[in-house]
Design a protein around this ligand. Sequence first.
Ligand code: CA
Length: 113
Amino acid sequence: MFLLSMRNAEEREAIIEYLDSNGYTNTHKGLIVWISVSDIGEEGEFHWASTGERVNYQNWSETEPNDCKIDDCTGEYCAILEYWSDGGANFNYTFNDRFCGREYMFICETLPE
Ligand SMILES: [Ca+2]
Protein backbone atom coordinates (compact mmCIF):
# COMPACT_ATOMS: atom_id res chain seq x y z
CA MET A 1 0.00 0.00 0.00
CA PHE A 2 1.32 3.42 -0.97
CA LEU A 3 0.37 7.04 -0.75
CA LEU A 4 -1.82 8.00 -3.66
CA SER A 5 -0.39 8.58 -7.10
CA MET A 6 -2.37 10.57 -9.66
CA ARG A 7 -0.49 10.17 -12.87
CA ASN A 8 -3.00 11.46 -15.39
CA ALA A 9 -6.40 13.12 -15.82
CA GLU A 10 -8.20 9.76 -15.75
CA GLU A 11 -6.77 8.90 -12.33
CA ARG A 12 -7.70 12.39 -11.10
CA GLU A 13 -11.28 11.87 -12.28
CA ALA A 14 -11.40 8.47 -10.56
CA ILE A 15 -10.41 10.03 -7.23
CA ILE A 16 -12.98 12.81 -7.58
CA GLU A 17 -15.62 10.21 -8.41
CA TYR A 18 -14.60 8.14 -5.38
CA LEU A 19 -14.82 11.15 -3.03
CA ASP A 20 -18.19 12.15 -4.51
CA SER A 21 -19.55 8.60 -4.25
CA ASN A 22 -18.69 8.18 -0.58
CA GLY A 23 -20.22 11.56 0.28
CA TYR A 24 -17.02 13.30 1.34
CA THR A 25 -17.46 16.29 -0.96
CA ASN A 26 -21.07 16.72 0.15
CA THR A 27 -20.06 17.15 3.78
CA HIS A 28 -16.70 18.97 3.48
CA LYS A 29 -15.81 22.26 1.81
CA GLY A 30 -12.22 21.28 1.31
CA LEU A 31 -9.69 18.51 1.21
CA ILE A 32 -5.95 18.41 1.86
CA VAL A 33 -4.29 15.00 1.71
CA TRP A 34 -0.75 13.79 1.27
CA ILE A 35 0.02 12.16 -2.04
CA SER A 36 3.22 10.37 -2.99
CA VAL A 37 4.88 13.26 -4.88
CA SER A 38 8.31 14.25 -3.59
CA ASP A 39 11.42 16.08 -4.73
CA ILE A 40 13.51 15.04 -1.73
CA GLY A 41 16.15 13.53 -4.05
CA GLU A 42 16.75 16.67 -6.13
CA GLU A 43 15.08 20.04 -5.82
CA GLY A 44 12.51 20.57 -8.54
CA GLU A 45 12.69 16.98 -9.81
CA PHE A 46 9.39 15.54 -8.64
CA HIS A 47 8.80 11.80 -8.58
CA TRP A 48 6.00 9.55 -7.38
CA ALA A 49 7.47 7.94 -4.28
CA SER A 50 5.09 5.00 -4.73
CA THR A 51 6.41 4.04 -8.18
CA GLY A 52 9.61 6.02 -8.72
CA GLU A 53 8.16 7.51 -11.91
CA ARG A 54 8.82 11.13 -12.75
CA VAL A 55 5.78 13.38 -12.29
CA ASN A 56 4.74 14.14 -15.84
CA TYR A 57 1.12 15.06 -15.08
CA GLN A 58 1.10 18.84 -14.65
CA ASN A 59 -1.66 19.24 -12.11
CA TRP A 60 -0.03 21.88 -9.92
CA SER A 61 -2.00 24.76 -8.48
CA GLU A 62 -1.07 28.13 -9.97
CA THR A 63 2.33 29.32 -8.64
CA GLU A 64 3.12 25.79 -7.38
CA PRO A 65 5.43 24.06 -6.78
CA ASN A 66 7.05 27.05 -5.06
CA ASP A 67 9.34 25.35 -2.49
CA CYS A 68 8.25 27.91 0.08
CA LYS A 69 11.05 28.23 2.65
CA ILE A 70 10.08 27.78 6.27
CA ASP A 71 13.65 28.65 7.30
CA ASP A 72 17.13 28.46 5.76
CA CYS A 73 17.15 24.65 5.96
CA THR A 74 13.54 23.67 5.48
CA GLY A 75 11.68 23.80 2.20
CA GLU A 76 8.74 21.98 0.67
CA TYR A 77 9.72 18.52 -0.56
CA CYS A 78 6.44 16.62 -0.28
CA ALA A 79 3.09 17.35 -1.91
CA ILE A 80 -0.59 17.44 -1.17
CA LEU A 81 -3.73 17.12 -3.21
CA GLU A 82 -5.89 20.16 -2.52
CA TYR A 83 -9.54 20.97 -3.13
CA TRP A 84 -11.66 23.89 -1.98
CA SER A 85 -15.26 24.15 -3.11
CA ASP A 86 -14.95 27.94 -3.38
CA GLY A 87 -11.38 27.90 -4.68
CA GLY A 88 -12.09 27.68 -8.39
CA ALA A 89 -9.84 25.88 -10.85
CA ASN A 90 -6.70 26.67 -8.86
CA PHE A 91 -7.73 24.46 -5.95
CA ASN A 92 -9.66 21.81 -7.82
CA TYR A 93 -7.84 18.61 -6.87
CA THR A 94 -4.50 20.16 -7.73
CA PHE A 95 -1.01 19.60 -6.35
CA ASN A 96 0.92 21.86 -3.98
CA ASP A 97 4.35 21.15 -2.48
CA ARG A 98 4.41 21.38 1.31
CA PHE A 99 6.75 20.92 4.27
CA CYS A 100 6.91 17.15 4.82
CA GLY A 101 6.51 17.50 8.59
CA ARG A 102 2.98 18.89 8.44
CA GLU A 103 0.12 16.74 9.64
CA TYR A 104 -2.54 16.02 7.04
CA MET A 105 -4.82 13.17 6.20
CA PHE A 106 -3.74 10.93 3.37
CA ILE A 107 -5.16 8.65 0.70
CA CYS A 108 -3.51 5.32 0.01
CA GLU A 109 -3.81 2.98 -2.93
CA THR A 110 -2.72 -0.47 -3.85
CA LEU A 111 -0.93 -0.82 -7.14
CA PRO A 112 -1.57 -3.67 -9.56
CA GLU A 113 1.20 -6.27 -9.53
CA1 CA B 1 3.97 25.09 -2.05
